[in-house]
Design a protein around this ligand. Structure first.
Ligand code: ADP
Ligand code: NI
Length: 223
């Protein structure tokens, strides 16, 4: 049977959403409140068919980007600490707080290097929800927005994409935005944890493939 949220849990989720929306009002557009709202929606979509604790998943979707370590001298503990302090203040039980903190810590960059070891079904759901926001139409928009912010070319046929770069390597390149599709975005569908997200990712992936075909066709004056 699917877990349902209690009225108290629903109230904590609503308070958390208000807290996050307020805290992120001046955030950069890659990780602003709209990103959080989309990840929260993705999370609820995944939960329609996956068995996981919706309370933990939704809280973590809301709090996962509360403090980007990039803006805190690389300190990965700031996000989990702020999330924990807030959740305690609104009366969340300790077990839930620790679970949320563990997921946030393990979704971070350090975790992607395999330095932190924690695993749960709820982590899988929230990680998938976050990754889904990097692909499809939204993913395309976010990529070009990021590239524009970094003043990159949209495409340059003389600069080939390099697959399998480390996250830091591609962050430091000045490669055109189209390359990011081959370096990261087209690889994400195979990184999904849950069957629900794999299915959603399939459609979003096809949309990116179609976009790229259309893009090259127009670039070459073929259509
Ligand atoms: P995450 O939310 O996983 O930490 P990032 O901070 O790396 O993601 O990126 C935020 C958004 O910017 C994502 O949609 C990502 O695809 C996009 N992005 C990151 N690096 C690049 C790049 N080199 N070129 C284009 N888009 C990028
Ligand atoms: Ni995120």
């Amino acid at each position: 049977m699917k877990a349902v949220k209690t009225k108290e849990q629903q109230e904590i989720i609503e308070k958390t959403a208000a807290f996050v929306q307020d805290r992120l009002k001046d955030a950069e557009s890659g990780h602003d409140w709209w990103h959080i709202l989309r990840v929260w929606n993705n999370c609820k979509l995944i939960l329609q068919t996956e068995e996981a604790d919706p309370f933990v998943c939704e809280l973590t979707a809301l709090l996962h980007d509360i403090a980007d370590s990039k803006f805190h001298g690389g300190d990965e503990s700031v996000g989990p600490r702020i999330a924990g302090e807030f959740l305690a203040a609104v009366g969340t039980e300790q077990e839930v707080i620790e679970h949320v903190q563990n997921i946030i810590l393990n979704m971070s960059f350090k975790a992607s290097l395999g330095e932190v070891k924690f695993h749960s079904k709820e982590l899988e759901v929230v990680q998938d929800a976050d990754r889904l926001d990097a692909i499809g139409a939204i993913g395309i928009a976010r990529a070009f927005n990021y590239g524009g912010y970094k003043n990159r070319e949209i495409y340059n046929p003389e600069i080939p994409a390099l697959e399998n770069q480390s996250k830091e390597a591609y962050k430091n390149t000045t490669a055109p935005t189209i390359n990011h599709f081959y370096e990261k975005l087209l690889l994400l569908k195979d990184k999904m944890n849950t069957d629900a997200a794999k299915l959603i990712a399939k459609g979003r992936h096809e949309h990116m493939e179609e976009f790229l075909q259309q893009f090259y066709g127009e670039w070459n004056g073929e259509r």
